[in-house]
Design a protein around this ligand. Structure first.
Ligand code: AHR
Length: 676
């Protein structure tokens, strides 16, 4: 892709030329040539802006769940990876002697968590046991508490205790906790560990005191502080970033993870609920997807499962949007199909999910929800049928799903797929079919160059206003190329997305939902870039793209206001992009302006028809020192919005927009002004 060169403002060029020729006109004419106009039609409100306009796309990619949002510190805690000792190694200190052996219970039961480890100590020496490397290290913070838990039984001899030690990257012990009193029955033991040091790259040792043999399983070190301080809860700093965006919906669990490379590896929600110990681990399909970013230790423990997704949506005030496998494995991989005669099983999963989310506590699946601690319904309103599917085989399957789901649950909106591209043959074919089949929403995906986003701000201006609505379900500007490992979350990509989003907001009557994708990336364990939020084992930061999403989301308003740019309804002229809304919660006009030029833009703004003007407005400016600017763990808010007051004396005022910036202007206009 060519490097982005912002176009020079046309009038600026003329002025430069005239000055060079020594043709000096009067000051008034000079200013006139420079000044652009934006007129917000405050008294001509358009449609309502849906609460769901800006939301979140969550997928377990880039260690987004295990090693990320799900803050278990021990990798392969239940020895269920196909290599059951992956992530673990033997520890043998000062003359210690012993052995390790993994056993499989499958002959005794078909429990999903069938493997366990036997630690046998002959000579305790200075310590015998195992060490776990965590997810590219174990993160602990000085003073913070962690719950050490393990399921164990005594097999032989008199092992007196199991010690969990946290050692920093230099081998210094920075926390320890111990459990004891083992019997010959399996039992869960817990102890609290308080860290005495901070390290994102520590590791844990599990050391047995005394000699004999112990069987251990579900070895866990879990932070006490989680979002809402729930046991088995989620990483608080990451949830905080999500909640602060005020997202309208949460799509989960993906993404291609829904489909799996093969159907056997598809996401099956029923195996992800109940006691975490009983959730059946499977491979993560991103494990070996890209040979330039292999992560062979990537599995799904489902500690973060469907119950936790619904709970997260509720916690952050977002509508849940689960995406169901529709009998198709990823079409970029095996493209395996469930035969049409086996589809009932897949459809039943969707029907049961609705019952799990919304059913009474007396129903089969509602009862399971209540048993997990949530008797009240989750109030599910929509479901996606398939992820990024395409072709007639998808249409056949969508039709069957729609028939069954609409017959039993007409209240649930269905989201259909439109393939992986914004306008190829597959896309147009599917849109036609989705119209024919009356889908409620169609999920569009576009991972395109930054220029594409700036060139396509008018994409939705001429979409039909009847039929299915648009869900711009996965998009992100790719600075190099789709899925290139060299893509960056820089200001150029974020600003280009901002320009595009003005087009989404202007067309909020047809685009009802939108989300950046993917959401999370572990700085050391990612497969895909760019991502909206990056983290390591302790810290996290929002990218410039995050701040663009957040800015539009928190300032979205409740009603579209038409806006004219330089006297025209066309958005995106000479590097200025704009949209506006009325916020009935605060009685303010909210104007967004993206200036993609490398120079300032002087604009005369008119709030046409505004009656009672507030004197004190507010401005939020998001800009960066240059187009390549990025945020990082060490400079997490380098590119983030700055708030300033704005004195407003009349419904017409001048404002100078900074080069390469997104600006939000909020001005009070009194109640009910924008009502029709
Ligand atoms: O967001 C990453 C991937 O891109 C998603 O899993 C998939 O739906 C799309 O191809």
């Amino acid at each position: 892709m060519k490097a982005f060169r912002p176009r020079q403002n046309f009038s600026a060029r003329i002025v430069a030329l005239l000055c060079a020729l020594g043709l000096v006109f009067g000051q008034a004419q000079f200013v006139f040539a420079q000044t652009r106009t934006i007129s917000v039609q405050v008294d001509r409100p358009g449609g309502a802006i849906p609460r769901t306009l800006f939301g979140l796309f969550f997928e377990d990619i880039n260690f987004g769940a295990d090693g990320g949002l799900y803050p278990e510190r021990v990798k392969n805690r239940s020895f269920e990876f196909p290599n059951p000792m992956m992530g673990w190694k033997q520890v043998e200190r000062g003359g210690a002697k012993g052995g390790l052996q993994v056993y499989d219970l499958t002959t005794e039961s078909d429990a999903p968590n069938s493997h366990y480890l036997r630690i046998k100590v002959e000579t305790p020496g200075e310590g015998f046991g195992v060490s776990n490397e965590g997810f590219r290290g174990v993160g602990v913070e000085q003073g913070a508490e962690y719950i050490f838990s393990v399921t164990a039984r005594r097999v032989d001899g008199a092992p007196s205790a199991l010690r969990l030690e946290v050692e920093d990257a230099n081998g210094k012990q920075i926390g320890t906790a111990k459990v004891s009193g083992f019997t010959s029955d399996w039992k869960k033991y817990t102890a609290t560990l308080r860290a005495t040091g901070t390290d994102a790259k520590a590791h844990v040792n599990l050391i047995m005191d005394g000699s004999g043999a112990l069987d251990v399983d579900m070895v866990s070190l879990f932070p006490k502080e989680t979002w809402g301080n729930r046991p088995n809860g989620l990483r608080a700093d990451l949830v905080k970033l999500l909640k602060e965006m005020k997202p309208g919906f949460l799509r989960f669990p993906g993404g291609c993870i829904v489909e799996g490379r093969y159907l056997e590896q598809r996401y099956q929600w029923k195996t992800t609920i109940g006691d975490p110990e009983d959730r059946r681990l499977i491979v993560n399909r991103w494990n070996t997807e890209f040979n330039w970013r292999l992560t062979p230790d990537y599995y799904q423990s489902f500690g973060l499962g469907y119950y936790e997704y619904f709970q997260l949506a509720e916690d952050i005030g977002a509508e849940p949007l689960p995406i169901m496998n529709c009998g198709m494995a990823c079409q970029f991989n095996s493209a395996e199909l469930a035969p049409m005669e086996d589809l009932d099983h897949y459809i039943q999963d969707a029907l049961d999910l609705i019952e799990f989310a919304n059913g009474p506590v007396t129903s089969e699946w509602g009862k399971k929800r209540a048993a997990m601690g949530h008797p009240a319904p989750f109030n599910l309103k929509m479901i996606g049928v398939g992820n990024e599917q395409w072709g007639p085989q998808y249409v056949e399957r969508y039709r069957e799903f729609a028939k069954a789901l609409k017959a039993k649950h007409p209240e649930i909106s269905l989201v259909g797929a439109a393939g992986p591209s914004p306008d190829d043959e597959r896309f147009h074919y599917l849109w036609g079919k989705m119209r024919e089949m009356n889908a409620d929403l169609v999920d569009e995906h576009f991972y395109m160059a930054p220029k594409w986003f700036r060139d396509n701000v008018g994409r939705y201006d001429n979409y039909p206003r009847t039929g299915p609505k648009v869900f711009a379900g996965e998009y992100a500007a790719q600075s190099v190329g789709i899925a290139s490992p060299d893509n960056r979350n820089n200001w150029e990509t974020a600003m280009s997305e901002a320009a595009f989003i003005t087009g989404i907001e202007r067309n909020a009557d047809v685009v009802r939902m939108s989300s950046y994708a993917p959401l999370f990336g572990h700085v050391e364990a990612w497969q895909w870039t760019p991502n909206m939020i990056w983290f390591d084992n302790l810290r996290s930061y929002g990218t410039p793209n995050y701040y663009v999403q957040k800015t539009f989301s928190v300032h979205k308003g409740t009603q579209i206001l038409p806006v004219m740019l330089d006297g025209s309804e066309k958005n995106g002229q000479n590097d200025l992009f704009t949209s506006a809304s009325f916020d009935a919660g605060t009685n303010e006009v909210v104007l967004k302006v993206v200036n993609t030029a490398p120079s300032e833009s002087q604009v005369r703004i008119t709030l046409a028809g505004a009656k009672r003007l507030g004197k004190q407005g507010k401005v939020f400016v998001l800009t960066a020192p240059d187009l390549k600017a990025e945020n990082s763990l060490d400079a997490p808010t380098k590119v983030s919005p700055v708030e300033k007051p704005l004195a407003v004396t009349s419904g017409e005022f001048a404002y100078t927009f900074l080069p390469n910036s997104l600006t939000v202007i909020r001005v009070g206009v009194g109640a009910n002004q924008a009502k029709r």
